[in-house]
Design a protein around this ligand. Structure first.
Ligand SMILES: *Cc1c(COP(=O)(O)O)cnc(C)c1O
Length: 395
């Protein structure tokens, strides 16, 4: 990598872009503490930091989650686990998704625990564990009704027997995942939990005791302690976002991410002038519009064209015309003084729009909004209101 150092005196990795995502690590940590406080003391909390911590930045979020009382971390891929190990994280890390046999040696090198739902993957793990002597933790993944990843009941029992009797492996857990934990009236969650319990009982009857058993995502964690098992796997809720619109978060849990930008240009749009690609918006009366330097290459979705909104001066500024790759135009709210440099909230805890509101505007879920914020948007990490680190495109 070439490093350009100019006369500016700024560090070469400084990112002074107006558009940035503030990640409040104090809020993240206190969210984990607040969720932890709703659990029985013996129940472990696994912080789910896959998808670069749902777009918040896994390297900085993981230590804050551990400081808040999480005892373990979960990722989706081996490279996500490797990133955390390379940043010095020593806590147990579980890879939730299926991996390829070719990835297994790397996963063991990095001391990652694996969720296993197929005989082929277990066979690969046994081979690699015996070759390396590393004794990885294995979580047998039961498919209790979601029909995505996992073994059916009989295969799960067979896999657990094989792990339990192999001194090269640790039977670290039995796990399953709910399909509709966020839907209060659906009996499927209870059916899944009952099947899970029956598999656990059958194993125990054979003297096989997984070190922990876990089923609950955020929605199940919030809804019913009967589903907590001996550990919960919490993702979206610790970022301060509800897993579904009707689910309330524990008191004090607040959104961690705020995206801010600054007006780059203000101009008057005369009728019938139109704005942006496709000329999709034209005002009936002349109006002031402001250019904001964020677009779909930042993860500010093109679907927000003529649908999304930002906040300027405490008032709602609707997106007008199409979102383009790097720029978006909004209507300036009446009676709000706006000039180049004026601060804009693109997504925010205090003023809105929240990730949930933006998701609802375009028919998706808050998970996808925050996870989709691109690496190009610098993350400003806050402690006590001060920026303690800035991360942008990996160097
Ligand atoms: C992503 C994931 C979670 C966390 O889900 P949230 O709804 O974000 O809490 C838990 N378990 C598994 C297996 C997952 O893939």
């Amino acid at each position: 990598m070439t490093t350009f150092t100019g006369p500016s005196g700024l560090p070469p990795d400084a990112d002074r872009r107006a558009t940035r995502a503030e990640i409040d690590l104090d809020v993240l940590q206190s969210n984990v503490e607040a969720i932890r406080a709703t659990l029985a003391p013996v129940v472990e909390l696994m912080a789910v930091v896959k998808g670069n911590a749902y777009g918040h930045g896994a390297r900085m979020v993981a230590p804050a989650a551990l400081a808040g009382g999480a005892s373990r971390l979960a990722v989706a891929t081996v490279s996500e686990g490797r990133q955390l190990r390379q940043s010095g994280i020593e806590a147990p890390i579980l890879v939730l998704s299926p991996i390829n046999a070719q990835e297994v040696p790397l996963a063991l090198d990095y001391g990652l625990d694996l969720a296993i739902g197929t005989q082929d993957l277990l066979t690969a793990v046994v081979g690699a564990a015996e070759a390396s002597g590393s004794r990885p933790g294995v979580h047998i993944k039961l498919d209790s009704g979601m029909h995505r990843y996992g073994a059916d009941a009989d295969l799960a029992i067979s896999l657990a027997q094989q792990v339990g009797s192999n001194p090269s492996l640790r039977l670290d857990g039995l796990m399953t995942h709910f399909a509709v934990a966020d839907e209060p009236d659906d009996p499927a969650t209870d059916h899944q939990a009952a099947l899970f319990q029956s598999v656990l009982d059958r194993l125990r009857a054979q003297g096989i005791a997984p070190e922990r058993h876990h089923l609950a995502n955020s929605a199940a964690t919030l809804r019913d302690a009967r589903w907590h098992g001996s550990m919960v796997r919490v993702g979206i809720a610790m970022y301060g976002l509800p897993p579904a619109p009707g689910l309330t978060l524990p008191d004090g849990v607040r959104p961690v991410m705020t995206i801010r930008s600054q007006v780059a240009r203000v101009h008057r749009l005369e009728s019938p002038e139109a704005v942006g690609y496709g000329r999709t918006y034209s005002p009936d009366e002349p109006e002031s519009v402001a250019l904001i330097p964020i677009g779909y290459a930042d993860g500010y979705r093109r679907a927000f064209s003529n649908r999304g909104w930002m906040t300027i001066g405490g008032r709602r500024a609707p997106v007008v015309g199409r979102v383009s790759m790097d720029q978006t135009v909004v209507r300036v709210p009446d009676a709000v003084p706006v000039e180049p440099g004026t601060e804009v909230t693109v997504l925010g805890a205090e003023t809105g729009p929240s990730a949930t509101e933006l998701a609802e505007a375009i028919g998706t879920i808050n998970y996808e909004i925050v996870t989709g914020i691109a690496p190009r948007v610098p993350r400003h990490y806050l402690r006590q209101g001060q920026v303690i680190a800035v991360e942008s495109l990996p160097g």
